[in-house]
Design a binder for this molecule. Structure first.
Ligand code: GLC
Length: 451
């Protein structure tokens, strides 16, 4: 047995304090948040994995801090843009896998206070979020590419342990220096990228990564369960995602919406432009696509966390601000069919899906594959209906279900919305949970091949 295996064999996970539905209500109701990836990697503009992908030396990468001025950073402007988009919370990379901190860390000098910026950016960010009435989220990567022990934990075991200590101490800093934090968003808990291999070109990330539990299921390494309890002691009610070796209060799906899940809060993390970290002229989502993505998550009972990449100096591209405002305009008009609803009680499909609240069902038709949509399984009888954005619709209650059709010229190009009022409050037990991605494994759920 090597030291890592011994650590694993000796590990006894603590009982984690779970949150109640009430604790997480704001999140379920809020539906929409902004993610921001910003750090030294924004400067070369090749995405947040540039240090690893281009095999930059730790020293060479660290020199980027001299150019990290944060000259256009104004946290209030970010918070305003998020609010304008109809978002209810924000999540900023306090530290990505490169180890560079946007906060004043006593345990690592590789931070923004020691960069050209000379400021604690997390301090400004958390304050601005709170002042704007948004919930405050912090992204934190426990792993750190500067540590050889991360890549080769057996060979450099003590170094890996140092990385772990840094993680625990920085979590304490983040959770005690900045007031109330509502979300802790972990990313990159696996060791050695879930398993690395040696090849003729040197070592590389195993394409089957995730298969070796020694590197992938690493709660024994981070002492995840005790750490979550520590986090909750410092910040009661904080929501933690499923990327720290524990199943999480909520589940993250990365860049896909996936099947429906009603047993547990979840979010689809996705990008407004085609990268997490800033890239010049990255292709941006259309308004239709942005809104439809949000709707597709909501009808599946989930949230959307939309990543907006700030420029190297921390500004927001004008085109991003405009797109966000466009999404916000749509939500101003139709947000009542999204916020505070649950997904269901009809199963979604490519055509769209439904959200509901009390005795109201909001039908969202995004694509027409036939000239009509059949909604089966509606509990109760439809007593009245209103088309929100179509001049003319027909609705029939048949044995197969409620059949809706809208003449082609009256269909909305983004989302044709029809409200149905049923004869009593909707009670629906939801669907059996399943997950598609590898990140779902922390939940003990089986990975499904199909949607
Ligand atoms: C992926 C990317 C990582 C990014 C994360 C956001 O894991 O590799 O860089 O931060 O997605 O969910």
């Amino acid at each position: 047995m090597n030291e890592l295996e011994r650590l694993k064999a000796a590990y006894q996970p603590a009982q984690v304090q779970e949150l109640s539905e009430e604790d997480m209500r704001w999140y379920r109701e809020g539906k929409f948040g902004m993610m921001l990836h910003w750090g030294l990697y924004s400067i070369p503009g090749k995405g947040e994995w540039v240090m690893f992908n281009e095999r930059m030396s730790v020293g060479e990468y660290a020199r980027l801090a001299e150019k990290f001025t944060a000259g256009d950073f104004n946290a209030k402007e970010w918070a305003e843009a998020a609010k304008r988009a109809g978002m209810k919370y924000m999540v900023l990379t306090a530290r990505h896998h490169d180890g560079f901190c946007l906060f004043d860390s006593k345990v690592s000098s590789f931070n923004s206070v020691n960069s050209a910026a000379g400021r604690d950016l997390i301090g400004e960010y958390t304050k601005a979020c709170r002042e704007a009435g948004l919930k405050v989220g912090i992204y934190y990567s426990p792993m750190d590419w500067r540590f050889p022990g991360y890549f080769f934990p057996n060979l450099y075991f003590d170094n890996a342990m140092e990385m772990r200590r840094q993680c625990h101490e920085q979590l304490q800093e983040l959770l005690t220096q900045y007031g109330k934090i509502d979300i802790l968003w972990f990313d990159g808990e696996w060791l050695a990228h879930g398993g690395i291999k040696d090849g003729s070109q040197g070592w590389y990330r195993d394409k089957d990564y995730g298969k070796d539990p020694l590197f992938f299921h690493v709660n024994y390494f981070w002492q995840s369960e005790e750490t979550i309890n520590m986090i909750r002691r410092l910040q009661p009610g904080i929501m933690v995602n499923n990327r720290f070796g524990w199943k999480g209060d909520f589940q993250v799906r990365e860049r896909y919406v996936g099947g429906m899940r009603t047993d547990k809060p979840w979010e689809s993390a996705d990008c407004l432009a085609n990268s997490w970290g800033w890239i010049q002229n990255a292709e941006m989502r259309t308004l239709i696509d942005s809104v439809q993505n949000l709707v597709r998550a909501a009808v599946r009972d989930g949230n959307t966390l939309l990543n907006v990449a700030p420029t190297p100096t921390g500004g927001l591209e004008e085109r991003f601000a405009k797109r966000l405002a466009g999404i916000g305009d749509w939500l101003k008009e139709f947000g009542d069919t999204i916020y505070g609803t649950r997904g269901g009680p009809v199963l979604p499909g490519n055509w769209g899906g439904c959200t509901y609240r009390d005795d109201m069902i909001y039908v969202h038709i995004l694509e027409w594959h036939e000239d009509y949509v059949v909604l089966s399984g509606i509990p109760g009888k439809v007593v009245s209906y209103t088309a929100r954005n179509a001049a003319e619709i027909t609705l029939a209650q048949t044995r197969e279900g409620v059949v809706i059709s809208v003449p082609r010229k009256y269909r909305d190009s983004i989302d044709t919305i029809i409200e149905l009022k049923v004869d009593g409050p909707i009670r629906w037990e939801g669907v059996e949970p399943f997950e598609l991605g590898i990140y779902g494994l922390g939940d003990g759920l089986k990975k499904e091949e199909k949607q």
